[in-house]
Write a protein that binds this ligand. Structure first.
Ligand code: XBP
Ligand code: MG
Length: 252
């Protein structure tokens, strides 16, 4: 394997717990605004997360759970409109109430920058959502910390397809083995491994029982000196937190 040159981060569930209390709420508020009797409970949303991408998730919900819904003839355009409104609500929510980053994210990003590692993002969420999250929760300049932000509809096939990671690799001009992906979900790891990028997983409540076969390491979070991580799978000597030296060792 080549020496580690870049870290590629997933966003939702990896950088911050954005799904349950932000994306889900923004979807529901939008549905209410349109007087739709669609209400995504915390539990149902866990099932809907099987499909990545907000527009694709709405379509999946209708197909799977609402055969009764009388579809308008321009359903795709209607879903796109709903999704645009949802994105606006999500962004307003994050500006007013920034969501904390998960343990170890800020520390690892700072260390990566210090060590001269390149940074990128590969996500199925919309670009504006990523920028708002980074600026509100990390630093007002943080969108510039990432050389590549591969997001949303920049590819047609979203995760678990490998396209978004291929896109990021091409933009970085790196081989997969020179990179490491940090993901939180089964769809995420399938996408990264599909592009042959070694991957570590930080689980969360929605993803903890998913299939992470092929992960270099599965942990509950990246850890901090005062908040040790728990290793769930993978061969690694006992550690309190994941740092760049450990990531270098993992990929070498
Ligand atoms: C997670 C997703 C996204 C979000 C919603 O993305 O699947 O669809 O749930 O965002 P990630 P949009 O790859 O970062 O885990 O509504 O903007 O699609
Ligand atoms: Mg994710």
């Amino acid at each position: 394997m080549g020496e580690l040159q870049a870290l590629i981060f997933d966003v939702d569930g990896t950088l911050a717990e954005t799904e349950r209390d932000a994306h889900r709420v923004a979807f529901n508020e939008t549905f209410a605004e349109y007087h739709l009797d669609w209400d995504w409970s915390v539990e149902l949303y866990g099932e809907l997360l099987a499909v990545t991408g907000g527009k694709e998730r709405i379509q999946f919900y209708l197909d799977r759970y609402r055969p009764d819904y009388l579809r308008p003839s321009n359903l795709d355009a209607f879903i796109a409109e709903l999704h645009q409104k949802k994105t606006a609500r999500y962004n307003a929510m994050l500006v007013n109430h920034p969501i904390p980053l998960r343990p170890g994210i800020r520390r690892l990003l700072m260390e990566a920058r210090q060590e001269g590692l390149r940074l990128a993002i590969a996500t199925t969420t919309s670009l504006q959502n990523v920028i708002t999250l980074l600026e509100g929760s990390l630093d007002h300049t943080a969108a510039n910390w990432f050389e590549v932000i591969a997001a949303g509809d920049v590819v047609t096939a979203k995760k678990p397809a490998p396209d978004i990671y291929h896109h990021a690799l091409k933009a970085l001009g790196l081989k997969p083995t020179q990179c490491l992906a940090i993901e939180d979900s089964g769809n995420g790891i399938r996408s990264a491994l599909g592009a042959h990028i070694p991957t570590i997983i930080t689980i969360n409540d929605y993803t903890r029982y998913e299939d992470f076969t092929g992960a270099l390491l599965v942990v509950d979070h990246l850890g901090e000196p005062n908040q040790p991580l728990t290793v769930l799978a993978g061969k690694v000597a006992p550690v309190q937190y994941i740092d760049i030296a450990l990531l270098q060792r993992l990929v070498s």
